[in-house]
Design a protein around this ligand. Sequence first.
Ligand code: HEC
Ligand code: HEC
Length: 481
Amino acid sequence: MYWVSRAGTICAMALDRPFGFPSGKAKCKMDLAMSHPRWFGRWLVAVAAWCLASSAQGGDFESTVRPIFERRCAACHGEQPQGGLKLDTQRHVLEGGQSGAAVVPGYPDRSLLLAKVVSGQMPMGGEKLPESEIDAIRAWIDEAGRSDAAAAELRLTEAEVLPIFQMRCQTCHGKRRQEGGLDLRSLASLLEGGDSGPALVPGKPDDSLLLQRIVRGEMPPPDMLFENHVKTPTDAEVALLRKWVADGAQPSEYDEPVADRPLSDEGLSHWAFQAPVSPEPPPVENAARVRNPIDAFLLRKLEAKGLSLSAEANRDALMRRAYLGLTGVPPTPGQIRAFAQDSRPDAYERLVDQLLDSQEYGERWAQVWLDLAGYADSEGVIDEDRLRLHAWRYRDYVIRALNSDKPYDRFLTEQLAGDELLDYEGLESVTQEHVDTLAATGFLRMTPDGTYGSATGSIAERFNVVADEIEVLSSAVMGSL
Ligand code: HEC
Ligand code: HEC
């Protein structure tokens, strides 16, 4: 087929993850639902498998790979599959598991499954697969993975083609604009069609207006591309649309919502699920060194190894450490003198309180959160590195939040949805608190973003920015590797 030579292009594109969702609040909400990782995973597998599947013949999953999976993996990847991954049929292997695609046909080195057997992580708890079997799996992914059988098993659905409409058409045929009276956001709206009738005839690609207009090079209109930040569909995308229509324009198969799996006893014993209890400080040999209960826990462990706490720091060193630790800057000569002259028994405690109350405390510790948020004063894209004239408002918000002891849950909620917490259009007067609630959402604008430039502002690039932002959020609050 004529588009086969482009197969590599779209596969590489899919792997570069160009699809997330467009910027703009309303669109984000709509597209969040569509960008469900599992949905995206299925789409990616479908595109990768389909475009490669058609470029080679044969495929020996049944004779070479399946027996290995049956012997070494079936116990855990059969009826009740671990990691959501079933390894019993080629289709299930291609569908992947909880992490998305386990196999990227044609790309063994990008395939999670191969990585897991090469590292010996899988089969879990068992002996590593012999090199010959690993080679067989690699060869299947590389060569045989491109079989027609794999393609035939992949029935394209609406979910697999909607991203194409989203990227290439919806700027003009979506929620806000419906050129020619046509809305291209769902199968239903395609069938309903525009001024000239249905855009689609299931089973008949050549009779379908949308394919006719694309093939003739009329859609998207060449003279409107640049100003609308749209690019024309690739040959491979057109082929995907054609196959979908030829297969009868199947609707999406929505996954039934799955009930949360109850945790096993072992899972429930994880420390994160235990109610906190206040433990008794353990007994220690050198009780004289214990100033507060935490010291007892530390000393206990040290003593078990034949160690003890270091000698006490002198007063000057202690003060200097307090300054550096809490404000990030050393004390001035005046501050050194003032502390030296303070003979009150609780002088050190007072100093710590004073530093915690200082403006510098927030400035020092905001750095940690601003690093997680990827704070930057410019857009950070080569050739499109404009200054962010208002970024400092977000920076100052973080500093104020720390200095005012804002509770963490509120701190996080404001950064993710401050604009939803406040009817900012109906305010009679604006307070600092109002400003903070809105400035907090600067968190969501901190990844490199060049999309204001026409050359770097295509819809695919906007998707990327939002995808990056989700990565920032999840690595900041859910732990990172
Ligand atoms: C003794 C049980 C066991 C066996 C045998 C086993 N696995 Fe797994 N596998 C697991 C568990 C548990 C997970 C989920 C946790 C994880 O990802 O580490 C998993 C996850 C995976 C994943 C990641 C799935 C995803 O989407 O996150 C892959 C790929 C995988 N296994 C491949 C294999 C292969 C290939 C074999 C056989 C060569 C195999 N496993 C044998 C227990 C097993
Ligand atoms: C930059 C704007 C723009 C983009 C992007 C765009 N179109 Fe259009 N489209 C138009 C305009 C303007 C018309 C009405 C004039 C015409 O029919 O040529 C139209 C009309 C159509 C019609 C005819 C509707 C009818 O019933 O008469 C179809 C079909 C169509 N577009 C399909 C597509 C497809 C498929 C894509 C994406 C691959 C796309 N368009 C992308 C601007 C756009």
